[in-house]
Each structure stands twice: as structure tokens, then as C-alpha cells.
Design a protein around this ligand. Structure first.
Ligand SMILES: Nc1nc2c(ncn2[C@@H]2O[C@H](COP(=O)(O)OP(=O)(O)OP(=O)(O)O)[C@@H](O)[C@H]2O)c(=O)[nH]1
Ligand SMILES: [Mg+2]
Length: 251
């Protein structure tokens, strides 16, 4: 199979408050770099192939619309929700307000996107709080909180380097870290309550970014099955590559 071929095309949207890092996540996905970004005006677009399936045997072309978080663009961005197979709902772990607004973004999605859209809650900018990638507690696996997780059930192996509190801390290298305004458990519980996948990322360091897109693609392929894919294909959110398909490359 050549490097350009794919088994599925999935339409994604990136949503969430302004400055939470949506464009930075997309640039990390498509170009594997972290660069200066300007606030998005309306929408931007990027795409990349990710590998899904037990041995990564399914090649999924993610076509992602990166929307503006600013309120004044809300009606424009909503118009991109329709037909999306996946949505990344992003907040900034150091900004409580961006997490508080997740509920309203979710309502918007539920109202304007297809009912089967797969949504992953993305806790971004974790590098501001820790020098190492977040290690999720054992109750959270495969990007999703499991049923045993509850508010009274703090992670038994909280990442020792993650700062959750009210003051800044400094690492041995002299780097200053901000306190987390939203803990892992809070984010994961919200995701569980609303049937979302959950991931912690840093667009700056590249932590968890490809996972976010791959896990969502895997859920789309797992959940909807072939008949549903055909239906979405007609609606424009998912396209099957007929050529690859007829060669038996698809489920
Ligand atoms: N430290 C750190 N900074 C980040 C990260 N992601 C984004 N930023 C910074 O946060 C700021 C906003 O990032 P953008 O990607 O433009 O945010 P956005 O969500 O696209 O914002 P809008 O387009 O206005 O909706 C920029 O200064 C980025 O460099 C991250 O993971 N870590
Ligand atoms: Mg942007």
C-alpha cells in the first residue's frame, strides 16, 4: 500500500475556548512542530493519515477543521459540526474557565453535530504543570474513564510530577510550573459522565496528540460498524476508499 492510500476518511472538528491550543494541536498533528499561532479567524484546515486497528492495519485520513474559539465566530464554527465523525473538545488545564465552558461546547455539538459523533475531551498544556508526560491513573485506560472511577476514588498512582494546587513550583532544572486548575480526575469524571473519551496532551511537547486523533478514529470504526459507515459516507462525514476496500483492506 503506498503512503498516500487510505481506508477511510473521517471529518473531525477541533472546538473549545479561544487560546486553549486547538491550532497548536493541529499543527503538531500535521507537521509535528510547535510554532507561534495567531487566533483563528473562522476556520482552518489540516489533514493527516493515522493508523488504527490492532496492528495499525487500517489507514484513516483525518480531515480536521480547526475552529475559532472566539464567541463572535460561534455561528460560523457551528456550521462545520454537521457530518463530523470525530470532535476534539479542548480545554487548558491551567485555565478553569476553559473547562467550565466545556459544557456549553458540548451542548452546541449535541445540537448541531450528528448524534453518533465520537468526542474526546482533551486536557491540553500539561507541560505547563509538569516536566514529564502525564501518567494517567490505572482507572483510566484507553483514553476513557472506566466505571469504577468516582469522585471519592482518587488516582492510586497520581503522577508525582504533576502539580495540582494553588502555588507555582520549580523543578530541579529551574523551570517554573503552574498549578493545575483542573485535575485529571475532574476531567476524566466529566468525560465518563458524558460518554466522552479522555486524553491529556501537550501540543508543545507533542504528548498525547496523535493518541487523541487515533483513539477517536478507533471509536468511530469500532462503534458504528460498516452499515453506519455507509450511512455517514452518504452524509459526507466518512468516505470509504473503494479501491482499497475491494482489495479487502477494510473491515
Ligand atoms: N505551553 C503550552 N502552550 C501552548 C500549548 N498549546 C498551545 N499553546 C499556546 O497557547 C496559545 C494559544 O494557542 P492556539 O493554538 O492559537 O489556541 P487556539 O485554541 O487555536 O485559539 P483560537 O484560534 O483563538 O480559538 C499560543 O500562544 C500557543 O503557543 C501547549 O500544549 N503548551
Ligand atoms: Mg486557533
Amino acid at each position: 500500500m503506498d503512503s498516500m492510500s487510505w481506508d477511510y476518511i473521517l471529518k473531525y472538528v477541533l472546538i473549545g475556548d479561544s487560546a486553549v491550543g486547538k491550532s497548536s494541536l493541529l499543527i503538531r498533528l500535521t507537521d509535528d512542530r510547535f510554532d507561534l499561532t495567531e487566533p483563528t479567524l473562522g476556520v482552518e484546515f489540516g489533514s493527516r493519515i493515522v493508523n488504527v486497528g490492532e496492528d495499525g492495519e487500517k489507514r484513516v485520513k483525518v480531515q480536521c477543521w480547526d475552529t475559532a474559539g472566539t464567541e463572535s465566530f460561534r455561528s460560523i464554527t457551528r456550521s462545520y459540526f454537521r457530518g463530523a465523525a470525530g470532535a476534539l473538545l479542548v480545554y487548558d488545564v491551567t485555565r478553569r474557565d476553559s473547562f467550565d465552558h466545556v459544557t456549553s461546547w458540548l451542548e452546541d455539538l449535541r445540537q448541531h453535530a450528528d448524534e453518533n459523533v465520537s468526542i474526546i475531551l482533551v486536557a491540553n498544556k500539561t507541560d505547563l504543570c509538569s516536566p514529564t508526560p502525564p501518567s494517567l491513573p490505572p482507572q483510566i485506560s484507553y483514553g476513557q474513564a472506566v466505571s469504577s472511577l468516582s469522585d471519592d476514588d482518587p488516582p492510586s498512582s497520581s503522577p508525582p510530577t504533576t502539580t495540582e494546587g494553588t502555588s507555582t513550583s520549580t523543578s530541579t532544572s529551574g523551570q517554573t510550573f503552574k498549578p493545575r486548575a483542573v485535575t485529571t480526575i475532574e476531567g476524566a469524571l466529566f468525560a465518563k459522565e458524558h460518554g466522552l473519551l479522555y486524553v491529556e496532551t501537550s501540543a508543545k511537547e507533542g504528548w498525547g496528540v496523535v493518541d487523541a486523533f487515533e483513539w477517536t478514529a478507533r471509536e468511530v470504526l469500532d462503534r458504528v460498524g460498516k452499515a453506519e459507515l455507509e450511512r455517514k459516507k452518504k452524509a459526507g462525514g466518512v468516505k470509504l476508499n473503494k479501491e482499497t476496500n475491494t482489495k479487502g483492506g477494510c473491515c
